[in-house]
Write a protein that binds this ligand. Structure first.
Ligand code: PLP
Length: 409
């Protein structure tokens, strides 16, 4: 496991208390905390290099552009992108998927076509496709999941019989923790003639990702879940696809020439980065990547998987606790319910003991319907969590059970 005694001091927020108790932050699937290295990188950028990018002829503007473009190179290296020109800065996974739906989707999907998603997708990998399909008169096909929380491969195969234009799925589920066989799914989808979109919001922070090995076409990631700033993220794509796609947002920077009645477009990736970008977010994300690379992504995933294994083991010993998702091939996300205690009540009670977990549908309402619950409680781990955090979680859950006089349901 990682040496959390060395990691924790890098995160100033962890020295803080929550309701007078040690802060036990277990909502990492929603957003991660930020190390000083990221906070300092942002402060340093504004203190020493701030200027608008790609425009100025003066030294400061060149420095700002270099800092911004260095972050692009870092993302490309981190996920083994096809080329750094295939990395488009966005506000995160949601914007990345909307970019694909709004650009590639609008240009290529017609009435009568099919787009495939899965029942474990986050709303941000469902709703943009619903909007596209409704606009085009196309069909959105949702692939079912198995009882143990995996993509049902038989149903996936049936969905591919419709020869879909797009197949979108999450690499890692935020509500179940399932690590999906992304390379296999991508291969099957390509054989059916589809373009593949991988939601990498929960994989980039937690696994070693190699988009070329996955051989997907588009990969979306969010910086704020991987130690980076809020509103940072990227779409990583095969450059040839980006070249052929129409722009998504019109404005400054994304053009080559503007005439009175029409324009021509800048090179990729700038064609998709209209307007002044969030340079501080890019710089912060670059620093976050450097921090993760120093730890090593294999060690990061081993650490979280071990925490999840211990948490599942210990929570399962509490009568009335139900854990969701598969027992193996999972990331550090542990969704659970406890008898008839509403997950929101559970989260509120746990907060009194300094334990921050999430409760709700986790932006996966179609999945919740299939699980037969309105909500779950969810503990999710990251590099600074340790076995003391799991002790605190389990003790607080047991205490909640005593308080509510929980009955196993
Ligand atoms: N996809 C998954 C699997 C997620 O967990 C999330 C966020 O929780 C998203 C997409 C959306 O990410 P963002 O809000 O950073 O755009």
């Amino acid at each position: 496991m990682l040496d959390t005694r060395r990691i924790r001091p890098d995160f100033p927020i962890l020295a803080q208390q929550e309701n007078g108790q040690r802060l036990v932050y277990l909502d990492n699937a929603a957003t991660s905390q930020k190390p000083l290295r990221v906070i300092d990188a942002i402060t340093h950028f504004y203190s020493h290099h701030n200027a608008n990018v790609h425009r100025g002829a003066y030294a400061l503007a060149v420095e700002a552009t270099e800092a911004y473009e260095a972050a692009r190179t870092a993302i490309a290296r981190f996920v083994n992108a096809w080329a750094r020109e295939g990395v488009v800065f966005t506000r995160g996974t949601t914007e990345s998927i909307n970019l694909v739906a709004g650009s590639w989707g609008r240009a290529n999907v017609k009435g009568g076509d099919t787009v495939v998603v899965t029942a474990m997708d986050h709303h941000s990998n469902i709703v943009p496709w619903q909007i596209l399909c409704q606009e085009k008169g196309a069909t959105l096909r949702m692939v079912e999941i198995t009882k143990d929380g995996r993509i049902d491969l038989a149903d996936f195969g049936r969905a591919l019989e419709a020869k879909p234009k797009i197949v979108a799925f999450p690499y890692v589920s935020n509500s179940l923790g399932t690590v999906n066989p992304a390379a296999q799914l991508s291969k099957l989808a390509h054989a059916a003639g589809a373009v593949t979109v991988v939601d990498g919001a929960q994989s980039s922070p937690h696994l070693r990702v190699d988009v070329q090995a996955l051989d997907c076409d588009f990969y979306a990631l969010s910086g704020h879940k991987m130690l980076g700033p809020m509103g940072s993220g990227a779409l990583v794509a095969k450059p040839a696809l980006l070249e052929a796609m129409p722009p998504y947002h019109g404005g400054g920077e994304m053009i080559e020439r503007v005439w009175d009645d029409r324009s021509s477009w800048n090179k990729i990736p700038h064609k998709f980065e209209g307007g002044t970008p969030n340079v501080e977010a890019a710089v912060g994300l670059g620093a976050a990547i450097a921090y993760l690379e120093q730890l090593g992504m294999d060690k990061v995933s081993e650490h979280e998987q071990e925490l999840a294994r211990v948490a599942i083991d210990r929570l399962s010993q509490i009568e009335g606790v139900t854990i969701y998702g598969p027992r193996d091939h999972r990331a550090g996300v542990v969704p659970f319910t406890y008898g008839d205690i509403h997950p929101h009540d559970l989260a509120t009670i746990l907060d009194k003991d300094g334990v921050c977990i999430r409760a709700g549908h986790h932006c996966t309402q179609p999945l919740m319907r299939r699980l037969g619950v309105a909500a779950t409680a969810r503990a999710s781990f990251y590099i600074y969590n340790d076995l003391d955090d799991i002790d605190a979680l389990v003790t607080a859950v047991r205490k909640a059970g005593e308080l509510f006089g929980v009955l196993a349901s």
